[in-house]
Design a protein around this ligand. Structure first.
Ligand SMILES: C[S@@+](CC[C@H](N)C(=O)[O-])C[C@H]1O[C@@H](n2cnc3c(N)ncnc32)[C@H](O)[C@@H]1O
Length: 218
């Protein structure tokens, strides 16, 4: 890995964003995560950039044992509170850490990364490639990302304003970034999915997600 970006910068940006507002995200699972992971048998999972925990909580409700990793302790405190309210604390471990350097103790059956996109320094492709190595044989890596900037987020502070088209990967670019070896992996899904959502002002909008699911076969 190249020299990682300054951890202070990454921490400060995301902590400030979460501290500035309660409930930055909906608290619900992302649609593509529910569609895709809902078809997989429960096991152990790691959620990269877990935020306020919507996906990790949903996975835990369905029987997964989840580790949710995020650089923001404020976001994870909200996630933990939600897990306690839902009686899911025993199924989820929250880890406040920078994914440029954090490593798990063991391989898992599913690694998820939903909207793991950032306007501050993020070696996203490197992190995803490293995280691919955390998938056990038979397991999956699921990456869901904004395929285009949300219409209301031209210059916001919610992690969408990445500053260039490279921050909104196509399925093909996502696969190139993952650098799958020719043997031992298969591509299960690599496509753009459209969905309806509500902008912060309440208007209904169409959003496009890049959805990539790869499976480790050996
Ligand atoms: C756009 S948000 C998505 C949150 C969540 N996955 C969701 O879909 O609601 C990106 C998340 O990545 C986290 N993040 C960004 N850079 C990180 C890093 N280097 N290490 C760990 N987490 C990071 C942020 O704190 C933020 O919660």
């Amino acid at each position: 890995m190249d020299t990682p970006p300054a951890p202070d910068e990454v921490f400060a940006f995301w902590e400030d964003m979460y501290r500035a507002r309660e409930g930055v995200w909906s608290g619900h699972v992302n649609a593509a995560v529910a569609d895709v992971a809902g078809a997989l048998p429960p096991g152990r999972a790691i959620d990269l950039g877990a935020g306020e925990g919507g996906d990790a909580l949903w996975l835990a409700e369905r029987g997964w044992t989840v580790t949710g990793v995020d650089v923001s302790p404020t976001a994870l405190a909200r996630a933990q509170a939600a897990a306690e309210r839902a009686g899911l604390s025993e199924r989820i471990t929250w880890v406040a850490a920078d994914l440029h350097t954090w490593r798990p103790a063991e391989r898992v059956d599913l690694v998820t990364a939903a909207f793991f996109q950032s306007p501050v320094a993020l070696e996203r492709a490197t992190i995803l490639r490293v995280a691919r190595g955390w998938v056990a044989p038979g397991g999956h890596l699921l990456v869901v990302s904004h395929a285009a900037r949300p219409p209301w987020a031209v210059d916001d502070d919610h992690g969408h304003d990445g500053g260039g088209p490279e921050d909104f990967p196509t399925p093909e670019e996502e696969l190139v970034g993952l650098g799958l070896p020719e043997v031992g992996w298969e591509v299960a899904i690599a496509e753009i999915r459209d969905r309806s959502a509500y902008a912060p002002d309440g208007t209904e909008v169409e959003l496009s997600d890049t959805v990539v699911l790869v499976r480790r076969t050996s």
